[in-house]
Design a protein around this ligand. Sequence first.
Ligand SMILES: C[S@@+](CC[C@H](N)C(=O)[O-])C[C@H]1O[C@@H](n2cnc3c(N)ncnc32)[C@H](O)[C@@H]1O
Length: 261
Amino acid sequence: MSKDYEWFKSEVYKLSSIDLSAYKERQMKRRIDSLISKNRFHGYESYLTALRDDKEKYEEFITYLTINVTEFFRNTSQWDVLEKEVFPYLFNQFSKNISIWSAACSTGDEPYSLAMVLSRTHPLTQINILATDIDKQILAKAQAGIYNDKSVVGVPKDLKDKYFVAEGRTYKISDQIKKTIRFKQHNMLKDPYPKNLDLIVCRNVLIYFTEEAKDDIYKNFNRSLKKNGILFVGSTEQIIQPQNYGFESIRSFFYKKVAEV
Ligand SMILES: C[S@@+](CC[C@H](N)C(=O)[O-])C[C@H]1O[C@@H](n2cnc3c(N)ncnc32)[C@H](O)[C@@H]1O
């Protein structure tokens, strides 16, 4: 009998520790099925054998299923709120050295955007951002810090001039900004979460998860933040009942931790 998607999910878990059951099933299965037919495999079993034996195929699979689309200052108006309202609140509430986590950071556009905004008011030596993603290959790109002109469209001119070196259509982020960020592999569905944070930025990844998976992640975020710390989510990721997770909405897409869960 040919192997089914349930079997495939459990084999992928053994191979990669990625739990496909935590991602919305219809969307994920459709993506995987189309990748399998694009690669001209017939069914899950032969494709899985290729994933086991062929490192390139395996990496292509991980990169494909994790969906890495990102850009600097994605949804600009929310970055204005962050800069003009949320950062001043956080500095008032906590110390100058606030601890920030960019969870599911993809190619680094998001944590580098955070560092650049902060550099307007703080010396770079005081900026300390943890940036994580499940995808090792994408983290290597983040660390390299080389971007095309499309990714940097949203970067304000003062910051682009100061922190990027342009070569034709590519832009390289400066080493000074790089030094403010610590990149690390982290699976939000499995690994322990960092603690004592003032700000968590987690955008455009929760939409791919099931309600149960999101439920766990929100609780983990709550436990990771200090009281009065802030969670910043993506523009289609409003939390339906934030009070269930000890959060209170302070602005669209920004939640304050008001209680432990
Ligand atoms: C669409 S990108 C979002 C990037 C950035 N946060 C933004 O909003 O532009 C989604 C990222 O989530 C990562 N991801 C998917 N599943 C994950 C998991 N279980 N743990 C950590 N990161 C994950 C992917 O590798 C990908 O880089």
